[in-house]
Design a binder for this molecule. Structure first.
Ligand SMILES: *[C@@H]1O[C@H](CO)[C@@H](O)[C@H](O)[C@H]1NC(C)=O
Ligand SMILES: *[C@@H]1O[C@H](CO)[C@@H](O)[C@H](O)[C@H]1NC(C)=O
Ligand SMILES: *[C@@H]1O[C@H](CO)[C@@H](O)[C@H](O)[C@H]1NC(C)=O
Ligand SMILES: [Mn+2]
Length: 462
């Protein structure tokens, strides 16, 4: 049944500032999105994909220049971002403009410009920063922060939104070095009462606009719609527009970005999986693949496991094998396999239990073999308790044309079972923080490997 006022009600829900009767909405054309990216990393492409989906216009600063802002993933730095922003704003006409400044390697959009502008207006401040529950980089500043009754207390500079003239005034104060810390710079301004009032600054304490994921993973969930997926903060009952994998939450952002904003939906399943595929038939030769096989525990049906491995549809002379066996009881199976099959592979290396290698060292050794061999195009890691049920697995994986595909690393709390990737020079596997380096900024697709069945792996949706 239709009733009068229904459509007005819907419009009010979408942009409640219109309904509060206070201010006219800010036109979309007045929004300027700015980010700094020195290279078009996978993370950057993911950011742009989400921006394009919502028709954001993004101004990218610094492309092609050298990064001199330090290693922001693990230590302080990032000042170069502020310098480039300051330089850019100096020459722009900012009258009536609203500027959104965001990171791009570790950030995606989950909502569109109208919603963003409306939520910004509702803050009733001229400058709004993202907020987080953990203070960084200087813990000693924690007590200087104004206390909040509920919500996140500390500033995060991965997301800043404000009227252009105010943002310009704020970053105009920058006179530090490129490797000084951007977040510390903004924090000091915010903690200065005069400046905070003068610039009319606030933090987005309840994640209406910005969701920082570090320390907040338990607060967020995915909301599946018919054609879109959103991140919802269940603590503040909000639908943040910007989602940021700050600090150690980058893997979790990778996981969310497997769905948000429309990478996966209930109707079409994965909508981006067939983007940028590789056509194997167009290659002159099949690339070489190193298979890393890990027998880290007694495994029933090991001979059957080997049989399945041999049925892989791939030119045998392009396959090398690295096998780590931790179990004395399996030595006879491996001996037989090795005797019968080693000549059919390009190379075949076994590391047995007598080497007393830890699991992590063994996995690193497998990857290193590939990394140090320039003819090794891809690395495929499989555990002996995994059943390979599709003979085309290698070909399909190569056709996906992704840097890293790992079905299990995206599962919270469960880091490792199978791993596939054409290795770049920047990643090592270890069950430590190094692990983040492997996947940082790279796309991981659970959907990419629907043909690997393991005892522990389950498919989307989560
Ligand atoms: C973006 O713009 C295109 C073309 O104008 C339009 O078809 C599409 O619906 C817009 N997307 C969103 C999310 O508004
Ligand atoms: C910020 O400015 C708005 C008007 O633009 C005003 O209503 C509000 O009270 C100001 N907030 C603070 C904290 O000064
Ligand atoms: C194997 O390594 C572990 C830990 O590195 C050590 O405790 C153990 O004694 C070693 N065993 C043998 C047989 O060398
Ligand atoms: Mn960031």
């Amino acid at each position: 049944m239709e009733y009068p006022g229904r459509s007005l009600l819907v419009a009010c829900l979408l942009a409640s500032s219109v309904c509060s009767g206070s201010l006219p909405p800010i036109p979309k054309e007045n929004l300027l999105v700015v980010t700094v990216a020195t290279g078009e990393t996978d993370g950057f492409q993911r950011f742009m994909q989400s921006a394009n989906y919502f028709n954001y216009t993004v101004k990218v600063l610094g492309l092609g220049s050298d990064w001199r802002g330090g290693d922001v993933g693990t230590s302080i730095g990032g000042g170069q971002k502020v310098r480039l922003l300051k330089e850019a704003l100096e020459v722009l006409d900012l009258k009536d403009m609203v500027v959104l400044v965001v990171d791009s390697y570790d950030l995606i959009f989950s909502g569109g410009p109208e919603e963003l502008l409306s939520k910004f207006q509702q803050t009733n401040h001229r400058v709004v920063f993202a907020a987080e529950g953990l203070v960084w980089p200087d813990k000693r500043l924690a007590e200087k922060y104004p206390s909040v009754r509920s919500g996140k207390r500390f500033l995060n500079s991965g997301g800043i939104m404000g009227y252009g003239t105010s943002i310009k005034e704020m970053v105009g104060q920058w006179n530090l070095h490129d490797n000084d810390d951007d977040q510390l710079f903004y924090t000091k301004i915010y903690l200065d009462f005069q400046q905070r009032e003068g610039l009319n600054m606030t933090l987005d304490h309840k994640c209406q606009i910005f969701q920082n994921l570090n320390g907040a993973i338990d607060e967020v969930m995915l909301n599946f719609g018919t054609d879109r997926v959103r991140v919802r903060n269940a603590v503040y009952d909000s639908l943040p527009v910007v989602v940021h994998g700050n600090r150690k939450s980058k893997i979790y952002l990778n996981y969310l970005a497997n769905y948000v904003p429309n990478a996966w939906n209930n109707e079409q399943a994965c909508t981006i999986c067939d983007h940028n595929m590789l056509d194997l038939s167009q290659l002159e030769a099949f690339p070489e693949v190193l298979l890393g096989v890990f027998i880290e525990q007694p495994s029933p049906f090991l001979p059957e496991f080997f049989q399945r491995l041999l049925t892989l549809d791939y030119p045998r002379e392009k396959l090398s094998l690295f096998l780590h066996n931790q179990e004395v009881l399996h030595e006879k199976h491996i001996e037989k396999f090795w005797t019968e099959q080693r000549h059919h592979f390009k190379s075949f290396k076994v590391v047995g239990p007598e080497e007393n290698l830890s699991q992590g060292d063994a996995r690193n050794m497998g990857m290193d073999l590939c990394r140090k061999d320039s003819s090794c195009g891809y690395y495929f890691s499989i555990d002996s308790d995994v059943m390979l049920t599709n003979r085309q697995t290698l070909k399909i994986l190569i056709e996906q044309n992704r840097k890293v595909i790992a079905p299990l690393v995206t599962r919270h709390g469960k880091l490792w079972s199978n791993f596939w990737g054409s290795l770049s020079l920047d990643g090592y596997y270890a069950r430590s923080e190094d692990y983040i380096d492997i996947v940082q900024g790279k796309r991981i697709g659970v959907w990419n490997v629907p043909f690997l069945a393991t005892s522990t792996w389950s498919r989307v949706p989560p």
